[in-house]
Ligand binder design. Structure first.
Ligand code: DQA
Length: 145
């Protein structure tokens, strides 16, 4: 099985950005953590991060061409604004788990809407970077059924 870990704007700034909310671990730490877990459970993971909405749409479309089995997606701020990302997920029909590092439901009002959620099989919030590993396990579980 082959998975795509897709991250939206400012996730490349992990470690530096608002550590009280997102912690001290870096984006590279996140990649290493997920990569290590993927090796342990014997699946392949690809990573992509972009600060641009259209590039994320392109990457989702490319995932279809690559026969990606599942997407672990933190759309970051685009979660709350992007119908284009929702439509891209619907277009490709790839099982997707939405991940947020922080507990978005306990934050500002403008973070309470998630457009992509409508195309996701599950949402994980507030589990820090561990949430990505949990999302991978969830996808493997669902796809092994
Ligand atoms: C986030 C939450 C979003 O509201 C925010 O814009 C982010 C990160 C999270 O992982 O907690 O950039 O998706």
């Amino acid at each position: 099985m082959k998975f795509l870990v897709l991250n939206g704007p400012n996730i490349n700034m992990l470690g530096l950005r608002e550590p009280a909310i997102y912690g001290r671990k870096t984006y590279q730490d996140l990649l290493s953590m997920v990569e290590e877990h993927a090796k342990e459970i014997g699946v392949e993971v690809l990573f992509y991060q972009s600060n641009h909405e259209g590039s994320l749409v392109d990457r989702i479309q490319q995932a279809y061409e690559e026969n990606i089995d599942g997407i672990i997606f933190n759309p970051a701020a685009y979660t709350h604004t992007s119908i284009a990302l929702l439509d891209a997920l619907k277009a490709v029909g790839i099982p997707t788990v939405e991940v947020h590092i922080s507990k978005v439901e306990e934050r500002e009002d403008f973070r309470q809407i998630s457009y992509v959620r409508k195309a996701c099989i599950k949402t994980i919030t507030g589990h820090g970077l561990k949430g990505y590993v949990e999302a991978l396990d969830e996808l493997v579980k669902q796809l092994s059924k």
